[in-house]
Design a protein around this ligand. Structure first.
Ligand code: FAD
Length: 404
């Protein structure tokens, strides 16, 4: 019995762990010089491993609501993930937002301990080996430093990632390869990404406010409002609150050519209250000091009102109050996928059996971000990547045992 895993990100490493801990020799191949590069990047701003909310709520964040994906995540729940990390000597804690992090916030110690444990269990790593597809005899084509070599294995797990941050390895180049093998793949698209505003910002706004955060605001997309924060970029917007609605915005743009969100600059104050404050006599005070004094509006919040409203509208309390509570922002496009946190699209679910094996390629499983699902930031991505890696590893193990 022998298994090959291609892709040494979290999904592939988890598949390798399941197989190797059952005594199966595993060869891991990856195009990059070292394993888990995107995982390490994820640790740079604090590695958000999973989320502590109730499991059913957690599962409801995954899109599409695919029963197999949900079942796989239930089988490797946030609690199990935390126990697994603890088993690697990496205790975790729940942050104030409910997100779960390693106590030291970092990815490197966890990855180091994990690779050490995998090597000790007999997993061999072959870095700088790019998978190119299958040859005419059905062998895996792997191009390494010594040239191309055909590799055969009874069970293969593909965990090739999405298509963001291509320089870290996941470049999505597998899409045409799998399509060429008759596998249905939804084109990878940016998820948890920034957007460009239609027509761009004025040079004044961009030069003054690019990089500045909108804090304690809400955005409403399709009648659902969410509170949080995001950042203005040179051409648009990005950040956690934008990522949370990125799937809806992307779908609106695909359907209508552009998307509109409404920005509430003062989500904790009712429109009537804002209107009353705006209309309050300001005497000789400038409008800027009036808005700052009565509503705390200044900096980028005031800047975007000037950016988007005419002078007349700024001086009309009713129009100004409405804009403060629901400023429409039209978005023309998502930022390029390479800049995104994650990818939507990938191997479509009908192409897979219950164990995540490709129906068109018996003996080949898929796992991680290369499958057709998406989720917001908050630890859902890594949890689902690890869970699908585990399910694919178990599927491959069952297959090998049947054939043995
Ligand atoms: C800036 C940033 C921050 C993030 N922070 C978080 C976070 O805090 N929490 C969270 O849950 N998620 C986070 N994510 C997302 C998370 O890192 C990914 O969802 C996850 O790494 C995907 O795992 P994967 O194993 O499916 O793919 P990847 O981690 O992308 O691994 C795929 C591997 O396959 C290899 N590969 C690809 N094609 C080939 C080929 N043809 N031949 C050989 N090898 C190949 C690649 O080199 C790579 O090593 C973040 C992402 C980014 C970009």
């Amino acid at each position: 019995m022998q298994a090959v895993v291609i892709g040494a990100g979290p999904a592939g490493l988890m598949a390798a762990e399941v197989l190797s801990s059952a005594g199966v020799p595993v060869q891991v191949y990856d195009a990059m010089p070292s394993a888990g590069r995107k995982f390490l990047l994820a640790g740079r701003g604090g590695l958000n491993l999973t989320h502590s909310e109730p499991l059913e709520r957690f599962v409801s964040r995954l899109r599409p609501p695919e029963p197999r994906l949900q079942a796989v995540v239930r089988a490797f729940s946030p609690e199990q993930l935390r126990a697994w990390a603890e088993g690697l000597g990496v205790p975790t804690f729940v942050g104030s937002s409910g997100r779960v992090f390693p106590v030291d916030m970092k990815a490197a110690p966890l990855l180091r301990a994990w690779l050490h444990r995998l090597r000790a269990a007999g997993v061999s790593f072959h870095m700088r080996h790019r998978w190119l597809g299958w040859d005419e005899d059905g062998a895996l084509r792997l191009r390494g430093p010594q040239g191309e070599l055909p590799v055969r294995a009874q069970a293969v797990v593909l965990a090739l990632g999405g298509a963001s941050w291509a320089r870290l390895g996941s470049d999505g180049a597998w899409q045409p390869v799998l399509r060429g093998a008759g596998i249905d793949v939804a084109t990878l698209q940016p998820s948890n990404c920034g957007f460009d505003v239609a027509g761009g910002w004025t040079p004044h706004f961009a030069s003054r406010y690019a990089g500045h955060p909108f804090k304690s605001v809400a955005i409403e997309v399709e009648d659902v409002a969410r509170k949080g924060e995001f950042v203005a970029t040179a051409t648009g917007i990005e950040g956690s609150l934008v990522y949370a609605v990125s799937a809806d915005l992307r779908e609106q743009i695909a359907a209508r050519g552009e998307a509109t969100l409404h920005l509430d600059l003062l989500p904790d104050r009712a429109l009537e209250r804002v209107q009353a404050e705006v209309a309050h006599p300001r005497g000789s005070r400038s409008l800027a000091s009036h808005l700052k004094g009565r509503l705390g509006l200044e900096g980028i919040k005031l800047g975007i009102l000037h950016e988007r409203l005419t002078r007349e509208a700024m001086l009309d309390p009713a129009q100004l109050a409405r804009a403060i509570k629901a400023l429409p922002l039209r978005l023309s496009s998502a930022r390029p996928i390479d800049e995104a946190i994650s990818s939507a699209g990938g191997v479509r679910w009908p192409a897979l059996d219950e164990s995540l094996m490709l129906k068109a390629r018996p003996g080949v499983w898929c796992a991680g971000e290369m499958l057709d699902w998406e989720a917001p930031t908050g630890g859902y991505l890594l949890n689902a990547c690890l869970a699908t890696g585990r399910a694919a590893g178990e599927g491959a193990l069952g297959f090998l045992r049947q054939g043995a």
